[in-house]
Design a binder for this molecule. Structure first.
Ligand code: SAM
Ligand code: SF4
Length: 326
C-alpha cells in the first residue's frame, strides 16, 4: 500500500523510468530534427544509483515500474537493471515500452529477467511511411514483435500515434494486424511535449474521429482491461482484440493519475505536462541517507500538479519526450 498520497488524494504507486534519453529512432513527434543534446553518459544515473532509488521508492509503496526512454534497449546494462529492480521486495509489476527494433536480440533475456508486459510503438505497417515517421526499419520491428510473441509476453500492446495525412487511413489495417497476432491495440493522440511534439500539432486527430472511422468497419462494444490506466477500452464484437483510446488532449484523466517519471539524469518529473521536478542526482551524489531521500520524495509528491495544461498552454513543456519517458 503506497504511503505516497498527494494533496489531491491520489496514491502514487507507479514509476516510469526513462533509463536513457537516447534512441536508435528519430520519431519526428518525439525528438526534434537535428537534436543532439542528449544527457552525457557521466550524467546518467548508474545502475547502482537507480537500484538504490527504486528500492527507496518501493519502501514508500511504489510497486509498479515501467522501463521506457528514449529506447530502453539501447542501454547496455538494461538486462541487469531489470533483474535487480525486479528482485526488490515490493516491486510486483515490471513492464517495458520499446520501439522493438532490438527486441529480437533481447526478448528472451528481458522476459527471463522479469518483464512480462510490453508496449511497442508501431504507427504504420507501410515501410516507407514507417521510415518517414521514425527514420528506422519496419522489418526489424516486426521481427522483434514476433520474437516477443514467441517468448510469451502478455499482453503485448501496440501503441499507434494517429496522425492526419500519415497513418489515419491505416487504423482499420492495424486492427486486423492486432487481431491476427493477438496483440492489444491502443490509439494515442499527439501531445505537444517538446519542440517535436509541438511541431506535430497540425497532424493531431481526435480519437473520437478514430472511433467513428472504426465503427464504420467493425462492431465495437465496451471492454474491461486490467490496469487500464488512462486508456478507455473497446473490443471488436465476437473477437478477442481489445482497443484502447488514450486521449490526453480531448479528455483529462489527471484525477486518476497514479504515476511519476524519473529521467535518466535522475530528475523526477511530477507530471508529463508540467515542469515541476526534483533533481535526485546531486542528492544521491552528496551522500544523503535513505531517510533524507524519503523526505525529499514525500515533499516532491506533495507538489504534484493537479493536471496537465496541454490545451491551455501547449508550449510550456520544452523538454523532449524521450527525456521524460512517454
Ligand atoms: N522508445 C520507446 C517507444 O517508442 O515505445 C519508449 C519511449 S516513447 C517516448 C513512449 C511513447 O511515447 C511511444 O508510444 C511514442 O509513440 C509516444 N510519444 C512520443 N512523443 C509523443 C508525442 N509528441 N505525442 C504522443 N505520443 C508521443
Ligand atoms: Fe525513440 Fe520512442 Fe521517441 Fe520514437 S517515440 S524517437 S522510438 S523514444
Amino acid at each position: 500500500m503506497s504511503e505516497l498520497i498527494d494533496r489531491f488524494g491520489r496514491k502514487i504507486e507507479y514509476l516510469r523510468l526513462s533509463v536513457t534519453d537516447r534512441c536508435d529512432f528519430r520519431c519526428f513527434y518525439c525528438i526534434p530534427k537535428g537534436f543532439n543534446d542528449f544527457t552525457d553518459w557521466d550524467d546518467q544515473l548508474t545502475l547502482d544509483e537507480y537500484v538504490r532509488l527504486i528500492r527507496i521508492f518501493s519502501e514508500l509503496g511504489v510497486s509498479k515500474v515501467r522501463f521506457t526512454g528514449g529506447e530502453p534497449l539501447v542501454r547496455r546494462d538494461i538486462v541487469e537493471m531489470v533483474q535487480q529492480i525486479g528482485a526488490l521486495a515490493g516491486i510486483e509489476d515490471l513492464s517495458m515500452s520499446t520501439n522493438a527494433s532490438q527486441l529480437a536480440k533481447h526478448a528472451k533475456a528481458i522476459r527471463e529477467a522479469g518483464v512480462s508486459r510490453l508496449n511497442v510503438s508501431l504507427d504504420t505497417l507501410k515501410p516507407d511511411v514507417f521510415k518517414q515517421i521514425t527514420q528506422g526499419d519496419l522489418n526489424k520491428v516486426i521481427e522483434g514483435l514476433m520474437a516477443a510473441k514467441a517468448e510469451g509476453f502478455h499482453p503485448i500492446k501496440i501503441n499507434m500515434v494517429v496522425m492526419r495525412d500519415l497513418n489515419f487511413d491505416e487504423v482499420g489495417d492495424m486492427v486486423n494486424f492486432c487481431l491476427e497476432n493477438r496483440f492489444t491495440l491502443r490509439f494515442i493522440e499527439t501531445m505537444p511535449v517538446g519542440a517535436a511534439g509541438q511541431n506535430a500539432k497540425d497532424r493531431y486527430v481526435s480519437l473520437a474521429e478514430v472511433r467513428e472511422m472504426l465503427e464504420q468497419r467493425f462492431e465495437l462494444e465496451p471492454a474491461k482491461m486490467k490496469g487500464a490506466g488512462p486508456a478507455k477500452y473497446l473490443k471488436v464484437v465476437g473477437g478477442r482484440l481489445k482497443i484502447g483510446f488514450i486521449n490526453p488532449m480531448s479528455q483529462h484523466f489527471c484525477e486518476d493519475c497514479n504515476r511519476v517519471r524519473l529521467s535518466s539524469e535522475g530528475t523526477l518529473y511530477l507530471c508529463l505536462g508540467q515542469q515541476d521536478k526534483l533533481e535526485f542526482r546531486p542528492l544521491l551524489r552528496q551522500g544523503l541517507s535513505d531517510e533524507q531521500l524519503k523526505d525529499a520524495i514525500r515533499e516532491a509528491i506533495n507538489r504534484k500538479p493537479e493536471k496537465h495544461e496541454f490545451n491551455d498552454k501547449p508550449d510550456q513543456v520544452v523538454r523532449v519526450m524521450s527525456m521524460t519517458g512517454g
